[in-house]
Design a protein around this ligand. Sequence first.
Ligand SMILES: Nc1ncnc2c1ncn2[C@@H]1O[C@H](COP(=O)(O)OP(=O)(O)OP(=O)(O)O)[C@@H](O)[C@H]1O
Length: 690
Amino acid sequence: MSESSVREAEIAVEQKHVDLVYARVAEMRDEAEAMRTRGDELAHGARNEAVFEQAAMLFERDVMVRHANQILRSLDAEHEGLVFGRLDSTDHETMYVGRLGVRDSEFDNLVTDWRAPAAAPFYQATAEQPMGVVRRRVIRSTGQSVVDIDDDLLMPDARLESMPVVGDGALMASLTRARGESMRDIVATIQKEQDEAIRAPWRGVTEITGGPGTGKTAVALHRVAYLLYRDRRRMGGSGVLVVGPSPAFTSYISRVLPAMGEDTVELRSLGDLVDGVKATRVDPGPVAAVKGSLRMRKVLRKAIREAPADAPQEFRIVYKGEVLKLDARELQRVRSAVHNGRKPPNQSRVDAAEALLEALWRKAESYDGFQVKRADLLNDLGERMDFHRFVVVWWQLPTPAEVLRGLADRRRLARMAGRGLTRAEVDLLADSWALDGFSTADVALLDELRVLLGKPPRRRRGGQVVGPPPPREDYDEYAHIVVDEAQDLSPMQWRMVGRRGKYASWTVVGDPVQSSWPDPAEAREAQEAAFGGPRTQHRRFALRTNYRNSAEIFALAGEVVRDVAEPDQLPIAVRSTGVEPLVQLTDPDDVESAALKAAADLLSQVDGTVGIITPAGRLDALRTAAEGLGEERLRVVDGLESKGLEYDAVVLVEPTEVVAESTTGPRTLYVALTRATQRLTVLTSDPDWP
Ligand SMILES: Nc1ncnc2c1ncn2[C@@H]1O[C@H](COP(=O)(O)OP(=O)(O)OP(=O)(O)O)[C@@H](O)[C@H]1O
């Protein structure tokens, strides 16, 4: 038989099994639905019968329905099919591996869930350590049709005559496929070193490092699916949070988990981690660097103690014919004393009122011949409307946003900062807070302020203040938190994320060489604190193969960080395309049209997406210009925004400017140069670049 007819025959064999699986799944769906109906009848019918038994059945019903729904979700996901792998072992057993486990009506395995221990050899077996696997087969489907197969022969000596081997590498086939709107799952082609990180135990901190394109993000997401499968009760209860750098990134990865049947995981970017706030911009590097540093804690702590700008400077109240007056200094003394109490300011208004009354009493007492009893004065004034009106304006309950906005006042900010910030830094921050909206870095500060201020008491109708609510935090705490691009989190951001995971286990993914955070030591410390201190159990995995970039593209990218990276921090790109990146000298006045021209060329050369990556200063202009092209496959982003994303082809605009803008030298440029899978064009007005 010719090779192609062998392949056809083998595809037909697999199609038969796949058909069987889908038929069984349809049956399971019917069974689950019948079960649901029965469960409903039970619930409405025999209320008086054995309640415990009923509860158990209801529980079972819920599990069944959940399972059925999960199967349906996986079926509905338009991905590479339910069954994607097959192992043939030395004992002549065959096992199919898929997105979920399916048994036939006799409880025999039709498909094993990829996350089950039994499926591990599918990812871990190698020619050196075959784990009893003679042939590993990857089955590629479109919908329910098998379209191709790819075999790995791990034990040539154990192969039977009747066992054909076809295909030339499922991994390569997957890597060269065009990239689209969103990231795909990699369940069918997870590599051994990746699998080890995916299947690591849930406890403590799992740290995954690796260069660009080594699959860190993919691995982290598959690990989430794995942990949910293995430990659904622990993980599912308080949930899993995945934190990424930008909304573009969360949107890019948003389909991976649903494709694996997991749609309960929360994806958030650093700018929308706090409910009710959404970052609308990104600060320039030097501004973000100040806002992210731990020095901000002191500034904010001071800011919440400061009287609001519009608070009254003195207080007069007439009592029994005498004017009682507190001047600015006296008021300030009362304010400080209340702040020194243990409650946060937004829960201290009652204390503030009491302290004011005491101060008024001391004042009255100091007047010669003023005959009143302390208890009477406290009571009488405490019920007076004019007193309460004063308290409300003098002890305001500001929102975090109001406090931060207050710091747009340069003089006020300088006072709060003391020697903690330089004058130039005060100017940078004040200018930034005078702009509309908040930046990504501001969100961590707002979260810090929220904790410092405390939750204001809820109001009852009629405007009366009710006592403080039960102590409940107003953010969720998670069972497991994944932090992607972890090298970029500022210390203040680590505090924000850490607050959401006081009892969490962690998966932390990053690449120090791609860092845009200038003070790694301070960030490291804050990170450790977020994890619960240095005693937390740590396990580390390093990924070494770059699956994204062609070898030609990565050779150029590696060049620009040669001075700032250790050799073993640079991954190895194994896929060669024979297409060298193009470096074009451009007229500095003509960069825009050159970029559009280059993008148009690339769009005609690749099937998937094309990205124009530009210095932040040119972003708006290029974005507007590119809109004119009306191309759905084209994106325009700046270097920082390009973090974590990938395109089939990239036009990189003015590398020297990208470096100049960054606070961490060539690292952002390295990020930008490692986004393309197939083709890269660099436009530079610097004849000496690189
Ligand atoms: N085992 C694999 N099989 C198929 N594709 C893979 C595999 N591992 C990684 N990839 C692909 O390689 C590309 C890079 O993966 P990913 O984005 O997870 O890398 P990364 O390490 O997070 O990169 P960066 O640090 O640059 O953001 C993706 O398209 C991913 O699907």
